[in-house]
Design a protein around this ligand. Structure first.
Ligand code: NAP
Length: 333
């Protein structure tokens, strides 16, 4: 087995070696669904490549992961490194680029990227996950990287002894807040309702943590500062009261949405809220295209789990393999 490492960052377009061949499967997305699909596809003997904007997807921005089989407690970015190491073991190239469109070309698919490259594949597995939601309030962009963050594990150590706030009431907000307590002196959670969406395990930890204070029924109106973020302007949703909260950091953890425009361009059948429709074998409405992970309708909206994405990725590779053998035979190369 080859141990050659092939992560390829393409700033000026990919090499002929990568673009010039017909792949059995191109996986779009490098989160747990895509990486798991790559391992299964490679083990089926399929010529495989991953094209992804970033390695690890949401997991790369997650704090402590405590529910992925085999790891009692591991930081999101460390788990991503383990996934990457596993994919590299099978010599699957990970191409850093953004897929902009996919078109049918006879029995094959053409894949077009932002770098201007074109790839050809017999099948495609879409594992693109979701895009992080933004608050869309004044100051959010101004102070991005100067107090505003979307990645707790990346930025939490910068807030040692400081006061921070996490916006959101789901598992991501809970996980970010708990991670931040390891560094910050005080962690506010700003939540628009009076009940958390986060799983019970997290709720118990948050509600009893001495450093955490939850500001219920509260929304962010504006983020203000000078060269760096200094305060958040907040409003209570029940009384309408507007007030300022002095903070050094604001972590925005308010969920994510699927890239609907991209899916529509490909012509995939989607759910009303823009997720890819698949059957239990991860087959989409287009034969030869499969989907897995957070971007599929099948995955419950409140159960975006790494283990579910990885399982669906494996299933997608299984379906791609069966399709390829049926349609192109074993001696296709
Ligand atoms: P989520 O479950 O969709 O929660 C988003 C939170 O942000 C909700 O509390 C929501 O409020 C709030 N929100 C949404 N839009 C907002 C806005 N414009 N302004 C203010 N607040 C807003 O997203 P998530 O927490 O990122 O989790 C996504 C998925 O990943 C879930 O399936 C979750 O279980 C999973 N996940 C799991 C773990 C784990 O350790 N098991 C860790 C992270 C994520 P409302 O509650 O009022 O809707």
């Amino acid at each position: 087995m080859s141990l050659k490492i092939t992560v390829t960052k393409m700033d000026f377009g990919a090499s002929e070696e990568l673009t010039g061949k017909v792949y059995d499967v191109i996986i779009v997305g490098g989160g747990p669904a895509g990486m798991s699909a790559a391992i299964y596809a490679a083990r089926y003997g399929l010529t495989t490549a991953i094209i992804t904007e970033e390695i690890g997807g949401q997991v790369a921005k997650a704090g402590w992961v405590e529910n992925y089989l085999g790891y009692t407690r591991i930081m999101g970015p460390d788990l991503v490194s383990k996934f990457e190491e596993h994919v590299k073991y099978y010599n699957v190239p990970i191409i850093i680029d953004v897929v902009e469109n996919v078109e049918r070309a006879g029995d094959l698919f053409k894949i077009y990227t932002m770098n201007g490259d074109e790839y050809t594949s017999r099948t495609i597995i879409l594992a693109v996950g979701e895009r992080r939601r933004k608050l869309n309030v004044p100051g959010e962009d101004t102070y991005n990287g100067r107090g505003v963050s979307y990645c707790a594990p990346c930025d939490a150590p910068l807030f040692k002894g400081k006061v921070v706030a996490v916006v959101g009431g789901g598992d991501s907000a809970a996980s970010a807040a708990l991670l931040l307590t390891e560094y910050a002196s005080k962690v506010y959670i700003i939540h628009r309702r009076n009940q958390l969406r986060a799983e019970k395990y997290y709720q118990d930890l948050l509600l009893h943590h001495p450093k955490i204070e939850i500001l219920w029924n509260t929304v962010v109106k504006e983020l203000k500062g000078d060269k760096v973020l200094r305060k958040a302007v907040l409003q209570r949703t029940d009384t309408g009261e507007v007030f300022e909260l002095p903070v050094d950091g604001v972590f925005i953890e308010i969920g994510a949405e699927p890239p609907v425009d991209f899916f529509k361009r490909i012509g995939l059948e989607l759910s009303k809220d823009g997720y890819i429709k698949t059957n239990h074998l991860m087959e989409t409405s287009i034969p030869g295209i499969y989907a897995a992970g957070d971007c599929v309708d099948l995955t419950p909206r409140d159960f975006r789990q790494i283990v579910v994405a990885a399982g669906q990725g494996a299933l997608a590779a299984y379906s791609a393999y069966n399709y390829i053998v049926r349609k192109f035979g074993m001696n296709r190369h």
